[in-house]
Ligand binder design. Structure first.
Ligand SMILES: [Zn+2]
Length: 155
């Protein structure tokens, strides 16, 4: 049995050739997002469409909260993470937030077009004035009163 791969929407619509000797899985919610499915029929015909279990969806959710990517991830994205965990698969995705959560959990992923992130990062707030970082949201910086913005910080 070959290695299993889970595709997200970006991987499907990238139009990139996917090797023929790998097992492809697509979360049901991802399939529902695809418009003009006939364009990808050959790929979809050789894919298994499945729904991740609740247990793994919650596991994905917990990990996404830990990295702070939760704000960047849709339910569909979480399904991609959950299914990758459940099947012990590799995720094919260009979504850096999905990649980051998988990296956090020590799982494999491959970018289709954009490549892969090389470092795990965390979403944090950064003061536009004094440049301090904060893990939690503040309306204004408690030190200098400037506004905060959400940034990615390497860890
Ligand atoms: Zn400040």
């Amino acid at each position: 049995m070959g290695k299993r791969y889970v595709l997200d929407t970006s991987a499907i619509i990238s139009g990139k050739n996917i090797p023929l000797d790998i097992e492809i899985y697509i979360p049901e919610s991802v399939l529902n997002e695809i418009e003009f499915r006939e364009k990808y029929q050959t790929l979809l015909d050789r894919s298994r469409i499945v729904k991740p279990s609740r247990e793994y969806t919650e596991y994905a959710l917990k990990a996404a909260r830990e990295t702070g990517d939760i704000f960047k991830l849709s339910d569909t994205d979480l399904d991609v993470i959950a299914l990758t965990l459940e099947l012990d698969a590799v995720a094919l995705t260009d979504d850096f937030a999905i990649q980051n959560v998988l990296r956090h959990l020590g799982k494999d992923y491959m970018g289709m077009v954009e490549g892969e992130i090389k470092h795990e990062y965390r979403w944090v707030y950064r003061c536009k004035g004094c440049k301090r970082y904060f893990n939690e949201y503040h309306e204004v910086c408690p030190y200098c009163g400037s506004g905060l913005k959400l940034v990615r910080k390497k860890i």
